[in-house]
Design a protein around this ligand. Structure first.
Ligand SMILES: CC(C)(COP(=O)(O)OP(=O)(O)OC[C@H]1O[C@@H](n2cnc3c(N)ncnc32)[C@H](O)[C@@H]1OP(=O)(O)O)[C@@H](O)C(=O)NCCC(=O)NCCS
Length: 157
């Protein structure tokens, strides 16, 4: 016989219940660190462009322009996503540009995963992402939440 909840409603058998999963990631970045990293590549416009293109997608660079605080917040967000994806994330061939922060017309950010990052999220069953960014004069912070259902049932009993 199936279990009943506190109101006496019958619950579906455990084997058919969908296991939910929640993962979080957070990271904080000194804006100056990003500013310094960029200026190290200032020698030629090409070197700088190549460095930025390794970290950020074209759309991210278009949105951030030269705002180091926004670039730092996105760097923090990429680290936060990596945490939510698990510690092995960088070893799985995930590139920085596979972790994209897309900003809508009002400036609200969201997560878009590509390539190896999308595959890793899919294998973990994480299909719903949310991100929030904040920055002051010195630091940028990103907080990420990922929701989903494990691809493999956690248990049958
Ligand atoms: C969005 C808002 C709350 C940002 O607050 P703030 O203290 O000025 O700035 P913070 O440093 O904390 O946050 C900046 C980040 O907020 C995010 N942001 C901007 N607009 C946003 C929105 N509508 N919803 C969610 N996040 C938003 C951006 O990622 C931004 O960083 P970015 O420019 O590098 O992308 C503020 O601009 C605001 O009040 N906007 C109008 C009202 C609004 O749309 N609020 C949304 C929540 S209801």
């Amino acid at each position: 016989m199936n279990e009943a909840d506190r109101d006496g409603n019958e619950k579906p058998p455990k084997t058919h219940r969908k296991e939910k999963m929640l993962r979080t990631g957070v990271d904080i970045v000194k804006i100056e660190r990003i500013r310094r990293a960029i200026s190290r590549y200032d020698a030629t416009a090409r070197a700088r462009k190549r460095f930025l293109a390794r970290l950020y997608t074209e759309a991210e660079l278009r949105y951030c322009r030269d705002r180091a605080e926004s670039l730092a917040a996105r760097f923090a967000a990429k680290e936060a996503i990596a945490k939510a994806l698990g510690t092995g994330a960088w070893r799985d061939g995930i590139r920085w540009i596979d972790l994209e922060i897309v900003s809508d017309a009002r400036g609200a950010p969201s997560v878009q995963l590509h390539g190896a990052a999308a595959r890793r999220a899919q294998s973990l069953g994480l299909n719903n992402w949310s991100v929030s960014l904040s920055h002051d004069d010195e630091q940028a912070i990103a907080f990420v939440v990922a929701l989903g259902e494990p691809a493999q049932p956690l248990s049958s009993g």
